[in-house]
Each structure stands twice: as C-alpha cells, then as structure tokens.
Design a protein around this ligand. Sequence first.
Ligand code: GN1
Ligand code: MG
Length: 375
Amino acid sequence: MQISNYIPEVISNFKCSAKGNDVQAYGSGHINDSFLVKNLAPEDTDYLLQRINNSIFSDVEALTGNMLRVTQHLKEKVLSQHGDPLKEVMTLIPTVNNQYYYRDSGGNYWRMLHFLKDTRSYDMVSTAKQAYQGGKAFGKFQSMLADFPSEELFEVIPDFHNIEFRLTQLKEAVASNLGDRLETVTEELELVKAHADAMLYFQQTETLATLPKRVTHNDTKFNNVLLDQDDEAQCVIDLETVMQGYVAYDFGDAIRTIINTAAEDEADLEKIQLNMPLFQAYTRGYLESAANFLTDQEVQSLVKGVLLFPYMQGVRFLTDYLNGDTYYKIKFPDHNLQRTRAQFRLFRNLYNKAAELQEIIEKEMSNLKTSQAHG
Ligand code: GN1
Ligand code: MG
C-alpha cells in the first residue's frame, strides 16, 4: 500500500482539527516524507505530518523524547524572553493516546507538528540579511540550549558526525562495490584520501580534551530556519538530529549551504563559487548570539567545521552511491555522484580560502568585542 493511503488513519489518531481533505507533499528533505495538512477554514491551524524513516531513526521513542525535552526547554526560554513559543519553537501534536508519535497499521511511524504559517525557507541564500538572520537563529538556538544537560540526550544516530566512522563506511562500500560503480569514482577517492588525516581533527584526543560537547542541531542547512515575511528569523526546525556535538559542526554545516553560490547537487561545477559576503554576514549573526557562551577554542575551531562538512557530506553521498543508493532519496540514477562532486568542489574552494575565512571570523569576533566594550 502507498504511504499516502495511511494518511486518513494517521490524521484521525492525532489530536488535530484538520479533516485531511487537503493534504500535499511538502519540503525537500532527503530522508523523511513530509505532508502539509491544511485545515478547511483558513484561520485554523495547519499541520505538518512527517513519516519518520525508521530504518534510519531506529528508536523513534527515544528520538521523540529528545525532541520533546528540547522543545520544552526552548519554549521556556522563549517565554522568559517574552517571545511567542508557538511561533518561535516547533510544537509537537499529541496523539489521542497522548503519545507524540503514531505507528500506523502498516507499521509506519509518524509525527505531527504545528505548521507555521506566513513563514518561508530557502534552499539557497540570496541576501546578506538572510545569511545574517540564519546565523542569529542557529546561534540563539545553541545559546538557549547551552544550559541543557547535553549528555542526557539520546544519540539518535550513533557516530552521525564522526568522520572516522564515515571514512570506514566508505572503505566498506569500496570493498563491497554493491552498485558496481567503483570505476567512475577514482578521482573522488583520491581526494578523500589526500585530506583524510587533516579531517580527523575533531576525533583527536587533544580536541576531545579542549572542546566542550554541547547540544547541537546537527542539520543546520539554511532551509532548516524559517524566516518571516520580512526575512527575519522566526524558528529553527527539523530537530530530530539534536544531540551532543561540537558547535563547529553546526557552523560548518550551515556554511556549506550559505556560502555556496549553487545548489547542493549542482551539475555544473563551475557554478560552485564562494560568496564571501554571505559568509561574513552569517558569521556576524552567529557570533552576536553565540559569543556569550563560546570559548576561545571553540571560536578557533569554527573554520575546521567549515572544511569538514562539505568533505564529510561528499564522503556520505559517495558511500551511498557505491552502495547503490540505499540511504538518500535520489531523483535520477547518478544523483548521489553528482552530489558528491558538487560537495567536493565546494570543499576544494573552501580549502583554498581557509586563511581568508579564518580572518573573517577573527575580524567579526574582534568587532563584536569592541562594540560590546563601547556598550
Ligand atoms: C539529510 O533529510 P534532510 O535533508 O533533513 C541528512 C543530513 C544531510 C542532508 C544533506 C538524518 O537531511 O545529515 O546533511 O540530508 N540527514 C540524515 O542535505 O542523514
Ligand atoms: Mg534533517
């Protein structure tokens, strides 16, 4: 049976006022399926219904527990700052049995969220204001969770951002060559090899000793920030990978989409250029809201995250390509190869500009200190 056939059953099991007369596929996620469930009366709440990919998120109960605790914590913070928790934080809708996920008669897992009207998200950034607002939003997100006991969060996907583990997965994919595609990726494997040692920075024992683990979002693509009609940041979404991590992970993953003048899967590699003003704007917004809790070492580590994330994303796409496309949704046969090449081109461009990126971070940090000193 098709997934969408379960939707009436699913809707009737959540405490929601929509009747399910108007349901549309929604968003551009690579893992879950999302649907917008509209209410007939325009003034009523709409809902976002998501089928959770439970071959990837295998413990839906623990995952949901993380999301509940984190959203609860964020809502309290927003309230104490006189904000609107319903608009600024994702709201999970309970089922008729007061659970926050539902398993349908076909064994599929679902969650329902309050849909935030009059907001927009962008797969690519076009203005400095958007980039700045994105930085503010993710910085504020981390800042509001800085006092949350990160070790209590369940590790939803073990070793999610552990590059050593990702490289091992790639090695295994090369060895089994399930998709019979090894011959097409010689150059890509060379690039992986050439940079592997340098990319292990976050796995080193010295790093573990100096950098604090915090609550991080772990999927800070720009389209995971909802902006309002004036392009002001309103809400950070897609909280299922919120776990313990390094702040540089979130910074790096965000820059991966923000600084790139082309799409994540751009076929024409020449179109993949770096937009430095957007990098600067994001960095400024981020530091403005995160500098209050960041250590000097963490600020120093940010640029390492910027290099790691396109590299690691390329490694993950390449692994999936070699495995015959079992993890990411694809739109055409070589999609994962095209994604890999685009991410590796972005990585090379960033690698060549690492010193300049570092200078921008330092300059923004010192501007911030100066302006704070002057009240
Ligand atoms: C996946 O499904 P989506 O688009 O939210 C992936 C992220 C990747 C991203 C690449 C659980 O996120 O880690 O960075 O694709 N999520 C998971 O665009 O693997
Ligand atoms: Mg995601």
